[in-house]
Design a binder for this molecule. Structure first.
Ligand SMILES: C[S@@+](CC[C@H](N)C(=O)[O-])C[C@H]1O[C@@H](n2cnc3c(N)ncnc32)[C@H](O)[C@@H]1O
Length: 272
């Protein structure tokens, strides 16, 4: 049996009561540790939930179970003798996910594999960055496609985020840019890095004569967010002004608004 349990965006206390009850029932508890960053130490979770927590890396979750490389699914399929009843039963495994478990495609794949392996599963939802960005005051249903800005590598400088922004802007929609992170290396993209990357793509497009005037420029209005759902640091302004703002600890994300309704325009004053 596999429980995918959302932890929300803050600390150990943001788990739901349903989530907590399920964790307490489980024989093995994993924490997915590569798609976001907790706002508390794992020891705090262990203390409140009364369970030892195993950190799961990408390979433990995406690994091929048929090759013996997916300890989570292998555990969720295993049979054990119940300590109380003495009867044989399936092991109960929890995979804790920061935010909402369905806020990352990885976890949909996990459910598909459970179905294929005939492992019973249950998802216990929680708040996700995808809806908590509502705090900024831009209407959630006016966001277009969400995009991610990856860390640029010498042979990998994708421009997808710029294209998604362009598409959303054409449709008067807001763009949420998630920023790359590698928690195991303590590497987290900042709002400043994200803005710089999109500014550079704009400059390159002008240089290559793809755009006469860059769509994303130093005077483009945008909103930088950090630690939404815990201590919420939000700053709105021109891209060039946000470049110098210290957003503090991760995780960060960047919003580039589309057409603003006057109520949304008013809301932006909260973050100037
Ligand atoms: C793959 S998403 C995490 C999805 C997560 N399961 C959820 O439902 O929120 C990770 C990215 O979202 C953004 N993010 C996540 N939590 C955040 C927060 N509390 N504040 C700001 N940005 C956040 C960051 O850009 C981070 O790199």
């Amino acid at each position: 049996m596999l429980y995918l349990i959302g932890l929300g965006l803050g600390n150990e206390k943001d788990i739901t009561i349903n989530g907590l009850e399920a964790v307490k029932e489980c024989d093995v508890v994993y924490l997915e540790n590569y798609t976001s960053r907790l706002q508390c130490d794992v020891s705090k979770l262990e203390k409140l939930y009364g369970k030892k927590i195993i950190l799961a890396e990408r390979c433990d979750i995406e690994g091929e179970e048929s090759k013996g490389k997916n300890p989570i699914l292998e555990n969720a399929k295993a049979k054990i003798k119940d300590e109380k009843t003495g009867k044989e039963r399936t092991k109960k495994v929890a995979l804790l996910v920061i935010g909402d478990p369905m806020g990352a495609t990885t976890h949909t794949d996990m459910l598909l594999r459970c179905k294929r392996l005939e492992i019973e599963f249950k998802v216990i939802h929680n708040v996700s960055i995808l809806n908590a960005v509502g705090i900024v005051g831009l209407e959630l249903y006016k966001y277009g496609k969400t995009t991610s800005i990856p860390f640029p590598e010498p042979n990998f400088q994708p421009e997808t985020a710029y294209d998604v922004y362009k598409l959303n802007k054409r449709n008067d929609m807001h763009t949420l840019c998630l920023l790359d992170l590698r928690p195991s290396e303590e590497r987290f993209m900042t709002v400043n890095d994200g803005i710089k990357i999109i500014l550079d793509i704009g400059k390159k497009r002008v240089k290559d004569k793809i755009e006469k005037k860059a769509l994303f420029r130093e005077d483009t209005f945008c909103i930088g967010c950090a630690r939404i759902g815990s201590d919420n640091f939000i700053k709105a302004g021109k891209a060039k002004d946000l470049l110098d703002v210290d957003f503090g600890k991760p995780p960060h994300c960047l919003i580039i608004p589309g057409k603003l309704h006057f109520v949304e325009e008013d809301a932006m004053k909260l973050w100037e």
